[in-house]
Design a protein around this ligand. Structure first.
Ligand SMILES: Nc1ncnc2c1ncn2[C@@H]1O[C@H](COP(=O)(O)OP(=O)(O)OP(=O)(O)O)[C@@H](O)[C@H]1O
Length: 620
């Protein structure tokens, strides 16, 4: 769906005001004391320069006229104190700024990732436009609130400077004061237009940023290094990376050029106004219309007003830019779950009757092809069900629906007769355990890699060992230098440590698969065990052993097993064959072989591969 620019930026004034309020609120919450000190510093920095200039003007006028009222030494002392204040405040403000920034990082990080954790399903993670927004939100979260608050403080400081200097300038020449202010208006407009163009450009190039990141990661990725070396993909990927970076540079250059084109003449205009003013003032002084103190005050005031107005303009533009970026953060952190949440969720009881899929239709996008086309399936409690079918038949998609990572587009899935949309999704998931086809290999210790399967028991070593035994992972883990406390990753170690084998190990694919299986078996309260290709990486003996054990542990528990190795599924209570999103066969192994349909055909092909009868069988 095409997004309008307004919707994308949410750039109306009210929206920007709301975001500014939230950014300041976040900063305040992150560090109220440091933020208060910053505010006081800001006010001092805004007022002191005009004070110093006024005292200097009085001093010069006094010297010119040989007057000692006010006392020159008092004026000098005042100027010196002002100078000391101005010289020391930046250091204090650097410290308090950094302090607020550090605390802010914690607050926004919590907010953003709490929102992401709130997404119950996985639809958003598979949507490239959302991933772009998420990346920008993450970027903005770390910098935008601080920048917005910094810019607002800067605006306050510069505003106070402008007011105090203008007050003095109006006394000397109201016309000059007016011209100085008016000259700043075009600069302000140009800055705002450019900051909009910049944010627009960042949104447009975000797919390129994503690809740039992808190519960079691919060139450094351990998993990719074999293919990249063998197929000689290094230069090819680098070229693609270069193309993306060049396109990004061109887009950025365009905005920067626009900025240069408009800002340079406006900067020159400010200088001309200041020069003309000085000329006019000096001419007046020669005629005796002004004293030297007034001339010095004028010079300081014009420079002060112009500098502060430029500061305001720059800060407004920066705040505007940051607020537009902050919009991504606000949008993501306000997002509700991508799955409808039941207003009054029903408790999820132990599965006693079973799970029922009724006329389930599913597709990933509104205009995409149907992946599941009216699936009706009962999974009675305690039954082991095997799901078989060619690549792309929709088996893993069905698993995602069972875990409620997506909802069916039409039809329903019930848990003991209750639609799973009416249950609390987190509670439902505590009753399900799974080994996904693309299981995770966490950069954690062996014990943690298994323990995360049931976080409440992550410290329960006995239970972890039991799960490892069931998954046939115990022997391998025990052999590791630090046993279950061995880090199953080498990414956290550096320098000398990297050479120390005790500091972390790399496992083979099959070994990882056993760990993933142990993780799934770790979950204590599971009623449903889903195994999506749990043994594809195992050697023949290990696969046999794992399946024998799994059969044992599946007994009495409801399970769904997906495997292309039909030898592994033949013992299931029921085998269901899925083809192009429809169930075409269902029954026990013997029954399906007798029927002589798709299952029998696939089984014969695999069996023939082992017996050597392939040619005759497949020909016949
Ligand atoms: N996130 C997604 N977005 C769009 N289409 C998808 C997505 N995931 C899977 N598909 C499509 O859905 C169809 C079914 O995929 P699925 O992974 O469920 O098949 P499968 O039966 O598990 O296949 P395999 O045996 O290869 O694992 C495929 O055509 C695939 O391209």
């Amino acid at each position: 769906m095409a997004e309008t620019r307004e919707k994308r930026d949410g750039a109306g004034l009210t929206a920007l005001g709301g975001r500014a309020g939230r950014a300041v609120g976040l900063t305040w919450r992150a560090g109220p004391y440091a933020a208060s000190i910053n505010l006081v510093i800001t006010i001092l920095q805004g007022l002191v320069p005009a004070g110093i200039a006024s005292l200097t003007a009085l001093l010069i006028a006094g010297i010119q006229h040989g007057s000692s009222d006010p006392d020159p030494m008092t004026l000098v002392a005042g100027i010196a104190v002002g100078g000391i204040v101005l010289a020391t405040l930046p250091y204090l403000s650097n410290y308090t700024d950094a302090r607020v920034r550090r605390q802010l990082t914690l607050v926004v990080q919590d907010k953003l990732f709490a929102a992401v954790n709130r997404f119950g399903g996985m639809m958003r993670f598979e949507n490239p436009a959302f991933l772009d927004r998420l990346r920008l939100a993450q970027q903005a979260a770390m910098t935008a609130p601080d920048q917005v608050t910094g810019s607002l403080f800067q605006i306050v400081q510069s505003g106070l400077s402008v007011i105090s200097f203008l007050g003095v300038l109006i006394v000397i020449s109201p016309l000059m004061a007016a011209i100085t202010v008016v000259a700043a208006i075009p600069v302000l407009i140009v800055q705002i237009v450019i900051s909009k163009a910049r944010v627009d450009m960042m949104w447009k190039i975000s797919p390129r940023n994503r690809r740039q990141l992808f190519y960079q990661m691919l060139l450094l990725d351990l998993a990719a290094v074999k293919e990249v070396r063998l197929f000689g993909l290094g230069g090819f990927l680098l070229e693609r990376l270069r193309t993306e970076t060049k396109a990004i540079n061109i887009a950025e250059e365009k905005v920067e050029r626009k900025s240069l084109f408009f800002q340079t003449p406006l900067g020159a205009l400010s200088a001309v106004i200041a020069g003309a003013g000085l000329f006019w003032m000096i001419r007046g002084a020669v005629r005796g219309e002004f004293n030297l103190g007034e001339v010095s005050m004028f010079v300081a005031a014009v420079a002060g007003v112009q500098g502060a107005l430029t500061g305001i303009v720059t800060s407004i533009s920066q705040a505007h830019n940051s607020l537009l970026m902050f919009g991504h953060f606000v949008e993501v952190s306000d997002m509700e779950s991508d799955l409808p949440v039941a207003a009054d969720p029903k408790p999820v009881g132990t599965l006693s009757k079973g799970i029922e899929l009724s006329d389930v239709w599913f597709r990933y996008t509104d205009d995409g092809p149907w992946i599941l086309k009216g699936v009706d399936l009962s999974i009675p409690s305690g039954q082991s069900l095997a799901l078989v079918g060619l690549n792309g038949a929709g088996k893993s998609t069905m698993v995602k629906l069972l875990c409620r990572l997506y909802d069916p587009v039409k039809g329903s899935i019930t848990w003991d007769g209750v639609d799973i949309r009416e249950l609390d999704v987190a509670e439902l998931r505590t009753r399900i355990s799974a080994v996904f086809q693309d299981y995770m290999s966490y950069d954690l210790t062996a014990a943690e890699n298994i323990g995360v399967g049931d976080l409440a028991h992550i410290e329960d070593r006995e239970r972890i060992l039991e799960a490892a035994h069931k998954a046939d992972a115990h022997d391998k883990v025990s052999e590791l230098a630090r046993g279950y406390d061995t880090m199953l990753s080498r990414i956290f170690f550096q320098g000398e440590d990297n050479e120390d084998p005790e500091q972390g190990v790399s496992l083979s694919g099959g070994q990882w698969q056993r760990i993933a299986l142990a993780r799934a078996l770790m979950r204590a309260n599971r009623d449903l065990l889903i195994l999506d290709e749990p043994s594809s990486g195992l050697d023949a003996a290990a696969e046999q052993a794992v399946h024998d054990r799994l059969r044992e542990y599946r007994t009495g528990a409801t399970s769904v097993l997906i495997s292309h190795r039909l030898g592994a599924v033949r013992h299931a209570d029921r085998i269901v064959v899925l083809s192009e999103g429809r169930i075409i066969e269902s029954g026990g192994h013997d029954e399906l072989i007798d029927v002589g349909g798709e299952y029998a055909r696939l089984f014969k092909i695999q069996a023939a591969n082992y017996t050597g009868d392939y040619a005759e069988d497949s020909a016949g």
